[in-house]
Ligand binder design. Structure first.
Ligand SMILES: Nc1ncnc2c1ncn2[C@@H]1O[C@H](COP(=O)(O)OP(=O)(O)OP(=O)(O)O)[C@@H](O)[C@H]1O
Ligand SMILES: [Mg+2]
Length: 365
């Protein structure tokens, strides 16, 4: 069990700065996910925590001790990679126990630890098999088992599920969460998949171009993104961003999206947005907050007509796509409320979930 802290950590490669001064405190037993687009510095950050990559500047501490100069083998961390790197000629038992045998653990202790890990991972029946006799998901569990038996202070995962098909990924995701709930080892997990990040993490760290954009619980990031990048990255289908002008509306404010369409700003937001009145802004709203009207006087002001040109049925819900002043917008509606593409329908914006983004700073105000 361990706490991990990063203080202004920088990584320079020859002519790129991969990590540009990030600070992060990871609590004991916490499951933290680093997520962001390709090349944003996730793996580099993880490899610096593991000691596989030297830190150019800043400090990494484990339980308060600076580990910048501690070699990987002495950091007591176990890393699980995308390619599981199992030894093909060894059985599952031998693969899982390899590290312990190298360290000359007593036979009984090895048996006990492998047995326990195999039980947690549901591998007990497979201990005699070779990796080639296993499915992708089973191999993935062996790789995790190899990490668990070492009983490390910290687990580090780098995209451990990206070699699996979509269905198995979802299954293994649940498996990893279950294992963490059992062993409670501090975990840092890297993925570019925001759904994986949201479902696994206690806290999600959204990275972009070598910096941290925002750190928060999945709920915080979903409801209160602080930047346009986070607003667009978290959530699927992605948040709609529509250019708008913030206008006076009696004592309140409204968001003008087109000549024909203006939505009232909820009263509670008036003060927050007041200073931006008269300015061109970006209106952000998630597809799930554009739905069919449920009736009622309060909704009436937020209703509008749209003629979707594309309709995507998903089973329990349907996505419809339509244009607002040249911007494509997605709404998430009840399947029964859609007749077909080209047919006009009534929609309602749930403006209590709106976001307003400053186009210059790209910050959510
Ligand atoms: N050994 C290296 N030498 C030079 N540049 C590197 C090296 N390793 C990584 N980089 C660069 O550092 C940046 C961050 O790379 P990193 O592997 O951390 O990204 P990532 O977020 O893990 O991306 P992905 O999702 O594609 O795995 C990239 O621009 C990459 O090209
Ligand atoms: Mg990577």
């Amino acid at each position: 069990m361990a706490q991990v802290s990063l203080r202004n950590v920088v990584k320079d490669f020859d002519n790129t700065q991969a990590v540009r001064g990030i600070s992060l405190d990871i609590a004991d037993k916490e499951f933290v996910v680093l997520v962001g687009p390709s090349g944003c510095g996730k793996s580099t950050t993880l490899r610096m925590i593991a000691g596989l990559e030297e830190v150019t500047d800043g400090e990494i501490r484990v339980d308060g001790e600076v580990v910048n100069d501690v070699p990987p083998k002495d950091r007591d961390m176990a890393m699980v990679f995308q390619n599981y790197a199992l030894y093909p000629h060894m059985s599952v038992f031998e693969n899982m126990s390899f590290g312990l045998r190298l360290k000359h653990y007593p036979k009984d202790e090895i048996k006990r630890r492998v047995g326990e890990a195999a039980r947690i991972l549901d591998l007990t029946e497979l201990l005699d098999r070779k990796p080639r006799q296993l499915s992708g998901g089973q191999r993935q569990r062996v790789a995790m088992g190899r990490a668990i038996v070492r009983n490390p202070k910290v687990f580090l995962f780098d995209e451990p599920l990206s070699n699996l098909d979509a269905k198995l990924r979802v299954q293994m995701r649940t498996e990893i969460k279950r294992v963490h709930q059992k062993v409670k080892t501090t975990t840092v997990y890297v993925t570019h998949d925001q759904v994986e990040a949201m479902t696994l993490a206690d806290r999600v760290v959204v990275m972009n171009h070598g910096i941290i954009e925002q750190v928060g619980t999945p709920q915080e990031l979903y409801h209160n993104p602080r930047t346009r990048f986070v607003a667009g990255f978290i959530g699927s289908p992605a948040m709609n961003f529509i250019p708008c002008r913030l206008e006076q509306n009696g004592a309140g404010l409204k968001v003008r999206l087109s000549d024909a369409l203006a939505l009232p700003v909820p009263e509670g937001r008036t003060e927050r947005y007041r200073a931006a009145a008269g300015r061109d802004m970006i209106f952000g709203i998630r597809p799930e907050h554009l739905t069919e009207p449920r009736g009622g006087a309060r909704d009436a002001a937020c209703e509008f007509s749209a003629a979707p040109d594309v309709v995507e049925p998903m089973g329990m819900e349907t996505m419809v796509f339509f244009g607002v002043n040249g911007t494509e917008v997605c709404a998430r509606v009840e399947p029964s409320s859609v007749t077909g593409p080209g047919q006009s329908m009534r929609l309602c914006a749930n403006v209590s979930h709106m976001h307003l983004i400053d186009p210059d700073t790209r910050l959510v105000i």
